[in-house]
Ligand binder design. Structure first.
Ligand code: NAI
Ligand code: PYR
Ligand code: MG
Length: 534
């Protein structure tokens, strides 16, 4: 008898009904030797059984998020042309300039699509220009929209703009997936981007666009050009700013309580002044202004450092985005060593967005420790291989006093008989909620106040137990609930700014709206309900 002639019931072996597929998936996943193999396995599972994939993801966030997202998604991107299995996501190449609309129309469910993550692959995490290999970052972020906010998978659109790459090893790699050319000049790229955004709005009328991992100049430029025209936000600038502000509220409270000083006495030093560093610095202005300081007073409490040292206004050829925080109160010799900058600034907080692995050396960390009862040290560069300092070292060198959050995850640890739990200062805590709120409110734009209110909602979402454990971010397993609270704050801010096209929520109480948002979250159906009845 051929297999095809067997009845469906007969083809399904009996064990399917008395074991839990989720356990089988986890056992298979855990048998893989490397992160990359785990990524490939999960990618295959998503194709075979998306429902089961999301069930396993939702039930095992702490184990699986670091595979689909930072750090392992960094390996997946770096190797994407080699591990590629099947088309997933949408490539829009520079060669389609002039007919981008037709390319977008090949995507199914155009009317139903709600959220696109769009990268041009030019600065993937801290890994540089990965060209067309950047697609997994869009896919990973959208997996977090599904897992973290309950956005329906079929309404998500991962996009990689394949504009070429300036990374020679990809241009020479016979397996490289992308177009084999160097990146366009600014004029050609601008033309492409304008056509792309116009076409996106036409083809996907309900869609919110999240710009992801564009190189710094383009990240700032396209945010400014498009933010008042389209439904768009930049995750690296606004999402990161919002998430770090949130953790900083909680960290400053802990550090001020330990030192017995006012919270506004914070002096913040940024190591790294790219889209993320400056995006966060700008957002941290509100840490001070929300407590009554002026913007000038807030700015005076922030210092920025790039690869040339402390950024001062008298430096020749300073890039536009660095000018705002350039110091005018220092005219000594250039301070190029981090230790010298710290000695000059005497910061309470040191934030790393530099992509420089181990830049926060033992000397640097001990220096911070000698200046502060509880130093705030946030090494935020991704993936882990580019993190400014490992958690264990930060704990050891501060004798446990550090208030720590990193961009990529670290595990809790024991040190001299005490338990320590790190924070993860990653925009993954905030963009799902910003996106969900914007989608539900049908916000025409993502305003500054929506981003700020998202941050305040996240910082206020700590439970009593999390506060007692001195965490600065809530536990990841609660992300769906947290995203609802963030979405509520985002919707209210959209209403205040009058950018909400959906006015229906205006008459709902916070409680009713929160319940509505929760009820709207997509849930994977259980596997057994999918199997044919016998
Ligand atoms: N935790 C989070 O949620 C996020 C983290 N990031 C991470 O932030 C990092 C930076 O991203 P972008 O700002 O977009 O990149 P970027 O390349 O524009 O910025 C890097 C900055 O670091 C500075 N830098 C480089 N080498 C240095 C050195 N030796 N000493 C001092 N400064 C140095 C550069 O001058 C530049 O200002 C990446 O690793 C990225 O993964 C980005 C977004 C979100
Ligand atoms: C987290 C993130 O968006 C980044 O590292 O670029
Ligand atoms: Mg990013």
């Amino acid at each position: 008898m051929s297999l095809a002639s067997l009845s469906t019931a007969a083809r399904i072996p009996p064990y399917l009904f008395n074991t839990d597929h989720r356990q089988r998936v986890l056992a298979q996943l855990r048998s893989k030797a490397t992160g990359l193999e785990k990524y490939i396995y999960l990618n295959g599972l998503k194709e075979r059984d998306p429902n089961l994939f999301y069930e396993v993801l939702l039930g095992n966030m702490l184990e699986i998020v670091p595979i689909l997202y930072t750090p392992t998604v960094g390996d997946a991107c770096s190797n994407y042309s080699h591990i590629w299995r099947r088309p997933e996501g949408l490539y829009v190449t520079i060669e389609s300039k002039g007919h981008i609309r037709e390319v977008l129309r090949t995507w199914p469910a155009q009317q139903a699509s709600r959220i696109a993550v769009v990268t041009d692959g030019s600065r993937i995490l801290g890994l540089g220009d990965l060209g067309a290999n950047g697609l997994p970052i869009s896919i990973g972020k959208l997996d977090l929209y599904v897992a973290g906010a309950g956005v329906k998978p079929t309404t998500t659109v991962p996009i990689c703009l394949d504009l070429g790459t300036n990374t020679q090893r990809f241009l020479e790699d016979p397996l490289y997936l992308g177009v084999r050319r160097r990146r366009p000049d600014t004029a050609e790229m601008d033309e492409f981007m304008h056509e792309f955004m116009e076409a996106m709005t036409e083809v996907f009328p309900q869609l919110l666009v999240q710009f992801e991992d564009f190189s710094t100049d383009n990240a700032f430029r396209y945010l400014e050009v498009f933010r008042n025209q389209y439904r768009v936000f930049n995750d690296d600038i606004q999402g990161t700013g919002s998430v770090v502000l949130s953790g900083f509220f909680n960290a400053a409270r802990l550090s001020a309580a330990a030192a017995g000083t006012p919270v506004t006495d914070q002096r913040i030093l940024f190591f790294g002044a790219g889209s993320a560093g400056i995006g966060v610095a700008k957002q941290l202005l509100s840490f001070f202004t929300l407590q009554g300081l002026s913007v000038e007073e807030a700015k005076a409490r922030i210092w920025t450092v790039d690869s040339k040292g402390l950024i001062t206004a008298d430096r020749k050829g300073l890039q536009e985005h660095k000018k705002f925080f350039a110091r005018t109160d220092y005219d000594g010799p250039a301070l190029t060593k981090l230790e010298d900058v710290i000695a000059h600034v005497k910061p309470t907080a040191l934030l790393g967005l530099s992509t420089v692995r181990n830049a926060f050396t033992e000397n640097v960390v001990r220096q911070m420790s000698s200046l502060n009862t509880r130093p705030i040290i946030f090494p935020l560069s991704n993936p882990v291989s580019l993190c400014e300092v490992d958690y264990e070292d930060a704990i050891k060198w501060t004798n446990g006093s550090v208030i720590f959050a990193s961009g990529s995850p670290y595990k809790p640890l024991e040190y001299e008989g005490k338990h320590y739990e790190p924070g993860q200062g990653n925009n993954m805590y905030i963009f799902p909620g910003i996106g969900l709120g914007s989608i539900l409110a049908k916000a025409r734009h993502v305003t500054d106040s929506m981003v700020e209110q998202a941050s305040i909602a996240l910082s206020g979402s700590l439970t009593e137990e999390e506060k007692a454990a001195q965490l600065v971010y809530p536990r990841l397993v609660r992300i769906r609930d947290i995203s609802c609270q963030i979405a509520l704050a985002v919707i209210r801010a959209a209403q205040k700014d009058n950018v909400d096209e959906n006015k229906l929520f205006r008459n709902l109480s916070d409680q009713a709206l929160l319940e509505y948002i929760k009820a709207k979250q997509w849930q994977p159906t259980t596997l057994s309900s999918q199997l044919p009845r016998l």
